[in-house]
Design a protein around this ligand. Sequence first.
Ligand code: T5A
Length: 211
Amino acid sequence: MTQGAFITIEGIEGAGKTTCMQVLADRIEAHGIPLLQTREPGGTALGEDLRELLLGHRHTGMADDTELLLMFAARAEHIQRRIQPALDQGQWVLCDRFTDATYAYQGAGRDIPGERIAILEQWVQGALRPELTIVMDLPVAQGLERAGKRSTPDRFESEQAAFFERVRQGYLDIARREPGRVQVVDASRGLEEVTAGIAQVIDDFIGARNG
Ligand code: T5A
């Protein structure tokens, strides 16, 4: 059986990832492709518990390495229990954030060297990498304003704007290094334009893959 495609969506807070997940899912499912929609950190019972620890305010000030290792602990569980089995069965997997978020937040944001993250990436993922990653890019102030309107800030959303500037730049650096995998969508536009941009990216991908 052909392996399913692994697709991820990334961006700073309030970029519109959650909103656009449904657009992507609808386009994929319209082609009759079986799809698993999931998110990180999370996606499993254990992963969702780790998400609470990571996003909640109970452990404000946790060590950067602890944060990094908890992200990869959740990811190990997620890959072994859900992502890899789904791909092996030919399902496509659409994931709200994955390891690019670790390079952007723990790497660029918290200044953990990329080489250390790469060791964990290799250990936890083996050869597994997303085939397509959509980075939703917008100015930090605009993203934080949108996120702030939606809910009270979690532990990450309570960071200073300078942190998110580094995270945004971290994503753009990944996109520059890997243009074949990463597509940047201008998320600062109105929802209709953004979703049209997203739809174009996924339609092109489906067309090329099913070729
Ligand atoms: N993290 C995660 C790490 O540090 N390392 C890692 O390895 C991983 C995997 C997860 C946190 O964990 C961190 C990063 C994150 O801080 P999360 O909930 O997945 O948290 O991520 P958030 O960015 O917090 O999710 P948000 O829900 O804030 O952002 P979204 O999903 O990008 O935005 P969305 O769709 O909820 O939209 C926000 C608001 O804006 C509106 C929406 O209606 C909504 O109200 N909106 C728009 N308004 C106008 N125009 C548009 N184009 C709009 N698009 C959306």
